[in-house]
Ligand binder design. Sequence first.
Ligand code: 13P
Length: 336
Amino acid sequence: MTELNKIAHKILEKGKGILAADESTGTMTKRLQSVNVESSAKNRILFRETLFSSKGTSDFIGGVILYDETIRQNSSDGKSIPNLLSEVGSIAGIKVDTGAKQMAGSPDEKITEGLDGLRERLKEYSKLGAKFTKWRGVYNISKKYPSKLSIKSNAHALARYAALVQECGMVPIVEPEVLMDGNHSADDCFNKTSEVIKKCFEELVLHKIDLSGVILKPNMILAGLESKNQISNEDTAKLTVKCLRESVPKEVPGIAFLSGGQTEIQATKNLNLINKFNNTNFIMSYSYGRALQQSALKHWAKDTQDIKGTQAVFDHRAKMCSLAAQGKWSSELENK
Ligand code: 13P
């Protein structure tokens, strides 16, 4: 086992998954404003520290993806956030892309930026305690899209990112997110997601990435949000497993899904079924942002000093996701 493979396994061991708490300050501000809490640096770290120091993180979260601001902040008792995470048995990760920007040549699509100066930034993040990283490419589905240009250029950027990350001794999370927006069918999502993932691995291989030290973070296969032809959770799970079995090289140790705007229950139920139908050797777990934090954020917003109450809400969600990552979840457990 290489060092990178060990880190990837440690993050996803024993039904654990990843908490994506790497919202940029702009996105976090929207999340806080949606529950009428002021988006100050103090409030941002207060909410995040509440989650990071919970039993749920210790029991069910193998890794936390941080944002640049958070990895430099301290907990209320003066610990660095990577140290706090390490004390509760979780590993610090860091989002290193600088966002998806309008793509020249295809202005309705996006290309993710952040390669310039990345080697130096990675060295600094590694010194600050990060052991893994995230880069997200985004793709929208319509008749014309995603274009070959977007599929190729985002895959190329993801591979260049992954090469620099492994050179620095960290595990890259490779996140090609095919968005849920639109009225496309689940078949369209299956076909486009398969094409996107295959191109990513073609580029990763070309860039000599150690695939045993990579975690893939894909979307599940769903019909577009505005589509009249929604499919069952069972079909989502079967199509998702089929897509990954056909598109992901077997050396990859783990897959950690994004929730992408699914409700907490939907994301949990689908992950549970995916694990029931999983006929691959990949660990299939979660790397949720909204589907782990939404209820906790709503609870916290009512009283930002209610640390215990907020943690209880988060602990429950994290436990449900962990059961789903083992195919052991059922809806009755939600009310216990
Ligand atoms: P969601 O689970 O809210 O989609 O966030 C995951 C993520 O990290 C998106 O980049």
